[in-house]
Design a protein around this ligand. Structure first.
Ligand SMILES: *[C@@H]1O[C@H](CO)[C@@H](O)[C@H](O)[C@H]1NC(C)=O
Length: 178
């Protein structure tokens, strides 16, 4: 089994574990929610005492009326909280979208090209290395010797040219063409 296969196998295993744990947490949450609802209903809605007189009936009505007011206020406050949280969720979603958009990595591939093909791609199909360019390349070469060597390491294609032909090889190639 290759290393890559092992790691994807492991990834799969971890994913299953996480999903199993999440499922357990959700079930526990649902159980608690049901329990809390039962408790709340028992507390807030005790069995109605049957009124035995007009006076008791009026009292009961007043009581229920008052309860409705209290509950409605509670509902309104909760609705404000829910709306506020929903807005926060929307804002966060937009942020996530912005961030994933901004940090999307471009797919960089190593370019495998001969120096000749590279020059053709850069300069057009009928590339002719004119004297000015050659002079420039020679100048850069001279400078590079003195300056930081890393200067030549800035891109795959440049390294590629160097790897393939080396500075001297490239020089010979230009000279052969002239
Ligand atoms: C909450 O949002 C809903 C839908 O956007 C809206 O109809 C309702 O009036 C809002 N409630 C409060 C208390 O702001």
């Amino acid at each position: 089994m290759s290393e890559k296969k092992l790691s994807s196998c492991r990834k799969h295993h971890l994913k299953s574990l996480i999903l199993a744990i999440a499922k357990g947490l959700l079930e526990e949450e649902e159980r608690k929610r049901k329990e809390e609802r039962k408790r709340y209903m028992a507390e807030s809605c005790p069995p109605l005492p049957l009124p035995r007189s007009m006076h008791e009936l009026q009292e009961l009505c007043r009581e229920i009326h008052h309860k409705i007011d209290v509950i409605d206020e509670e509902r309104y406050n909760l609705e404000i909280k829910v709306n506020k949280t929903n807005k926060e969720i929307d804002d966060l979603k937009i942020k996530v979208q912005d961030l994933t958009g901004r940090f999307k990595k471009p797919v960089l591939r190593k370019v495998r090209m001969s120096a000749d093909a590279m020059l053709k791609a850069l300069l057009g199909s009928k590339h002719t290395v004119n004297l000015e360019l050659r002079a420039h390349l020679k100048q850069v070469k001279k400078d590079a010797k003195e300056e930081d060597k890393e200067l030549w390491d800035i891109g795959d294609w440049r390294k590629n040219i160097e790897d393939k032909s080396g500075m001297d090889g490239r020089k010979k190639m230009f000279e052969a063409e002239a």
